[in-house]
Design a protein. Structure first.
Length: 255
């Protein structure tokens, strides 16, 4: 069978050892979502929201990241840095609700948060035990922010911990939060509240892409799941476990 002109050129490039010319992929820009339109959840958030409604008190979707503080933490500066980051990122001040079967995330305006301050009387082990308990405290995603900063202070040490829900945090965004918070705390680069693109814009953009391609995937899984037991008979992963997880602790100097 004779080769087409395109295939002959590719074969000639292979035989000569030359790589095909690189092509530049055009990535469409993500636009800002329209004002006044309910902000949908991304597919990943929708899955987490569904599981949260099944087990609202479960800590399985909680991330905990903590730092030993060297020196005395300035509470006023720490709270100001916290609110500077919250003002910059809508997802940190959003609540989640379902209306007519549709889940949405609603950013709150003019939110003022404060670091929760706790004292324990003993050494580091007592602090870590309290931190583990705090990491298991559930979130009320319908009425409160999806994270909290907690300062646990003992006789000889203090631990600053971030407890965040998976619906708003992952390990990558943990790094962004601490970087922006530490810069705002030290005054090296205070985050600007003017952020062009928000996660809600990305979620809205994703919701517009779920057209024909999404229907093809749904049709595939409908065929694959024919004859399986009803969903009410499936066992929910993690049911009955304590989901204790792990507490990540590192060192940070607030000075």
């Amino acid at each position: 069978m004779p080769l087409s002109e395109t295939k002959r050129q590719l074969l000639a490039q292979r035989l000569s050892g030359r790589k095909p010319a690189a092509t530049t992929a055009v990535v469409p820009a993500i636009p800002r979502r329209p004002q006044g339109v309910p902000c949908p959840l991304s597919p990943a958030q929708s899955r987490i929201w569904f599981l949260h409604q099944l087990q609202p008190d479960s800590p399985e979707h909680t991330l905990v990241n903590a730092w030993w503080c060297k020196g005395n933490l300035d509470h006023d500066r720490a709270n100001a840095a916290l609110n500077a980051v919250v003002a910059r990122h809508e997802i940190l001040r959003s609540v989640y609700q379902t209306e007519n079967g549709v889940a949405t995330q609603m950013p709150l305006a003019n939110v003022q948060m404060a670091i929760e301050h706790m004292r324990v009387g003993d050494g580091r082990e007592a602090i870590l035990q309290r931190a583990r308990e705090e990491g298991r405290r559930p979130f009320d995603l319908e009425h409160a922010q999806p994270f909290r900063l907690v300062l646990i202070e003992g006789d000889v040490a203090q631990l600053l911990m971030l407890v965040g829900h998976d619906i708003a945090f992952d390990k990558w965004s943990l790094g962004i939060f601490w970087r922006e918070w530490s810069r705002a705390y030290t005054g090296s680069a205070e985050p600007s509240s003017d952020r062009t693109l928000q996660y809600g814009d990305f979620a809205h953009y994703q919701s517009l892409q779920t057209g024909e391609a999404s229907n093809v995937q749904l049709d595939y899984w409908r065929k694959q799941l024919v004859g399986l037991p009803a969903p009410s008979r499936f066992v929910i992963a993690g049911t009955g476990g304590d989901a204790a997880g792990a507490l990540e602790v590192a060192g940070i100097s607030p000075e």
